[in-house]
Ligand binder design. Structure first.
Ligand SMILES: [Zn+2]
Length: 259
């Protein structure tokens, strides 16, 4: 393997059989608690994917964006807003040294760990399907747990972030695009739309209607079939749940397959 610069102290600040965390001294007060939490979370995510075990993973935690980007540039061309990756089999993420929160870091790290697990499947079966990958990462990391626990909050979020009349719901082809504009989806003309949010909702929908997601991940024919109608089905489902009668606007624009 090509050698690379970690931009962090060369020995782990803490480690166990599951993870070795590399970080600056300012993380010291929380590393024990963090390691304990992510070791438990790792088992939950492995169980979801049906994986028995996973080799020990290195985690790199950066307290400055520039330092993180310098690290990431050794593997790919990161956009300026990039905060985390799973390049080179390691999990790397930025944190704010003025506001160090164990649970935020836990969620960030488990988001990337979900990508690592899912990459084991798609790398052998098909090109990365981004809405599935990002949707799973958000659902499995529980980063939107406030929306899961509070129905009113979820309803408000759905109304404002997904079906607000100023928005146009993207076509699934926008959500399958590789590249750095994923979180900056523009719905054809003027309205920005977050690819992450609709991806979260699509996977939550599959969970809510009790789809066997674990098996679906191995079945590209079914995924491709699902893509023909999942967005409309999902919106129809939550419109019914929340008693919303008005149908939102759907984008009809399909970018060419080669993008
Ligand atoms: Zn992600």
């Amino acid at each position: 393997m090509k050698s690379y610069n970690r931009y962090l102290p060369s020995s782990p600040i803490i480690e166990n059989d599951d993870f070795a965390i590399f970080a600056h001294e300012n993380l010291k007060p929380i590393v024990e608690e963090l390691l304990e939490k992510i070791t438990i979370e790792k088992q939950r995510i492995l169980q979801f994917f049906g994986f028995r075990d996973y080799n020990k993973i290195e985690i790199n935690l950066f307290d400055r964006q520039e330092e993180y980007l310098n690290y990431a540039r050794q593997f790919y061309d990161p956009p300026h807003y990039d905060k985390g990756n799973f390049a080179n089999g390691a999990i790397s993420h930025v944190y704010d040294p003025k506001n160090i929160e164990t649970d935020t870091l836990k969620v960030n790290l488990m988001h990337e760990f979900s990508h690592i697990c899912y990459s084991k499947i798609w790398r052998s079966l098909y090109d990365r399907i981004i809405w599935l990958d990002e949707g799973l990462a958000q659902n499995l990391s529980q980063e939107k747990h406030d929306l899961e626990e509070n129905r009113e909050l979820f309803k408000r979020w759905y109304n404002t972030r997904i079906v607000d009349e100023k928005r146009t719901i993207p076509d699934i082809t926008f959500l399958s695009r590789h590249g750095t504009k994923y979180g900056e989806f523009v719905d054809g003309e003027t309205h920005r739309y977050s690819g992450y949010e609709i991806s979260y909702l699509l996977i939550r929908y599959l969970r809510d209607i009790q789809t066997d997601i674990k098996n679906l991940l191995y079945d590209v024919a079914t995924i491709r079939e699902l893509e023909q109608h999942i967005i409309k089905d999902c919106i129809a489902y939550y419109n019914k749940v929340f008693d919303i009668e008005k149908s939102p606007q759907f984008a009809e624009v399909r970018p060419s397959k080669s993008i």
